[in-house]
Design a binder for this molecule. Structure first.
Ligand code: NAD
Ligand code: TYD
Length: 343
């Protein structure tokens, strides 16, 4: 049995990955280590704790807490660390940068120290295409490109990546990194654009569109990203970085049109708001390197967005209880007073 520590496993991508990994790897025992911030949600793992009771356990803790991290790795005899834990939302990083540095840089360092101390067989870091900054069409960011993070979030993720590469080179920690594009799918906290748009549209509320809505993102289905991560954990070369993205970019305005069309809601729900400071115009990655490992996306953009909309329609129990109290406070702070006159 391999004891695999999945940090941030109670979040969006982490919980989808844990489900996939337990199904795919009968010889894995997965230990989720998660601080349960506002984005960490035990509901995301509810079915897993029943279906895989003998091969799954949960430990509450902070990756920046050295004692807690060293403790769980030693007690559970961990051989692999897969690090999803992070503060992840660009807009929140503009409000509170320090928290992002604590988790995404310092927390990654603590995990790397543990990997070094306990001679971990593989440390896999989940990173993002945002570390490259934006890129004009028709360019695509490749793994060797310079890092140009625009927000405190992307700069912190870049710091985490550089620390991983330093631990590979200086101490021989067997590190791999994947840089994924924007994920969509089940269990995404309704602060990222797709669940904000879907859940607002279901309730006939405005869809806040930043700036001119022509910013482009590669919106990939979360299970395709998880598949890429799993392939790299199994077959990636230590010291290497792999981009994971569909290679198809969509403008935010077109994304909103498609969500409203799928839900049968009026396009007039789209509401322009003032732009995000430092807003990256376009992300696009070259995915040649991960394709060479045998990865390819199983879902087109159309399939990914349709499956995502279907999931939110069918799972109101999950998001309705999130969109209360603290969330509504955040929403007011984030969007209040930003509406622009309709064109
Ligand atoms: P999320 O915000 O949904 O979940 C993050 C999880 O990490 C939560 O469960 C939270 O409780 C936990 N966490 C936060 N701080 C922690 C700490 N200090 N110690 C332990 N646990 C902590 O995030 P997500 O969208 O699932 O993203 C997961 C990873 O994937 C992140 O590293 C993110 O940078 C990366 N990523 C995300 C996307 C995307 O589109 N969402 C794209 C590419 C890469
Ligand atoms: P987001 O989901 O926050 O991901 P990221 O900024 O990390 O790519 O945002 C995706 C795109 O959607 C980005 O261009 C900003 C835009 N956006 C909106 O137009 N309205 C919103 O309410 C949000 C949250 C994002």
């Amino acid at each position: 049995m391999k004891n695999v520590l999945v940090t941030g496993g109670a979040g969006f991508i982490g919980s989808n990955y844990v489900r996939m990994a337990l199904e795919r790897h009968p010889d894995w025992h997965v230990i989720v280590f998660d601080k349960l911030t506002y984005a960490g949600n035990p509901d995301n793992l509810k079915d897993i704790s029943h279906a895989f009771a003998g091969r799954y356990s949960f430990v509450a803790g902070d990756i920046a807490d050295r004692e807690a991290v060293f403790g769980v790795i030693q007690t559970s005899n961990v051989s692999h660390i897969i690090n999803f834990a992070a503060d992840t939302h660009v807009d929140r990083s503009l409000m509170e940068p320090g928290q992002f540095i604590m988790t995404d840089v310092y927390g990654t360092y603590v995990l790397l120290e543990a990997a070094r101390e306990f001679k971990i067989s593989r440390f896999h870091q989940i990173s993002t295409d945002e570390v490259y900054g934006d890129i004009a069409a028709p360019g695509r960011s490749s793994e060797e490109d310079k890092l140009h993070g625009s927000s405190p979030y992307s700069a912190s993720k870049a710091g985490g990546d550089l620390m991983c590469l330093a631990y590979f080179r200086s101490f021989g920690v067997p590190v791999t990194i994947t840089r994924g594009t924007n994920n969509i799918g089940p269990f995404q906290y309704p602060e990222k654009v797709v669940p904000v748009f879907i859940t607002n549209a279901i309730d006939n509320l405005p869809l806040p569109m930043y700036g001119d809505g022509r910013q482009m993102r590669d919106y990939q289905f979360v299970m395709d990203h998880c598949d890429g991560i799993d392939i790299v954990v199994e077959r990636g070369t230590p010291g290497q970085i792999y981009n994971v993205g569909s290679g198809v970019e969509t403008a935010n305005i077109d994304l909103a049109h498609e969500i409203l069309r799928l839900l049968g809601k009026p396009q007039s729900l789209i509401r322009p708001v003032s732009d995000r400071p430092g807003h990256d115009r376009r992300y696009a990655v070259d995915n040649t390197k991960i394709r060479a490992l045998g990865w390819q996306p199983a879902n087109t953009f159309q399939e990914s967005i349709a499956k995502t909309v279907e999931w939110y329609v069918a799972n109101e129990w999950w998001w309705r209880k999130i969109k209360t109290g603290e969330y509504l406070e955040y929403y007011k702070k984030q969007y209040g007073g930003r509406e622009l006159p309709a064109k």
